[in-house]
Design a protein around this ligand. Sequence first.
Ligand SMILES: Nc1ncnc2c1ncn2[C@@H]1O[C@H](COP(=O)(O)OP(=O)(O)OP(=O)(O)O)[C@@H](O)[C@H]1O
Length: 202
Amino acid sequence: MMRLSASRLTIERGGRTILRNLDFAVDSGEMLIVTGRNGAGKSTLLRALAGLLPLASGALALSPSSEDSIAEQTHYIGHADALKNSLTAAENLEFFAALLDLGRGGLEPYAALDSFGLRHVADLPAAYLSAGQKRRAALAKLLVARRPIWLLDEPTTALDTASQALILSVIGAHLAAGGLVVASTHARLDLPARELQLGAAA
Ligand SMILES: Nc1ncnc2c1ncn2[C@@H]1O[C@H](COP(=O)(O)OP(=O)(O)OP(=O)(O)O)[C@@H](O)[C@H]1O
């Protein structure tokens, strides 16, 4: 059982307070969906949870406590797909897996791509992939190293119906295995989840 909790989180960007005194908790097996209008702070919150933005005040905690930081236990998939265009899809995943540590039961790059229906484009440079294929290749990173916390910014953007079903089943399996997911979205994700609605930005 793992719990990620945020207490009185306040986050500023460019001198403006984007999120103020936010409280929430997510447990193993749960998904929290972050909603709100454009600019409400959904991406800001995910980036802060990933350790990519400092907190102005408040705290994030993971229990039970661990020697690994929250960031080390987290996969963050932002809405820029962060693929290297000159590397193939498979090489991108190899590169990413090497950055994280292997040996934690992740899938081989080709198997991860296969899970997202990308086996046939695994050896193409990422630059040649369609928008939806790039999105799926980025999401395949979730499978090359096991990490309990998944932070997903608009995971279904650019995905057709079949690919949306694929990512939802991958998320469902992660939750069933005791993982924990925080996802921002404007779409409806057809999975049980709690909603955190962000209000008007300051
Ligand atoms: N690097 C930055 N410096 C200053 N302000 C920023 C920066 N990045 C984002 N912001 C501001 O922070 C606010 C929240 O942006 P954020 O991207 O988190 O919103 P969002 O809810 O994810 O929006 P969307 O639905 O459009 O993706 C916006 O007003 C945005 O202009």
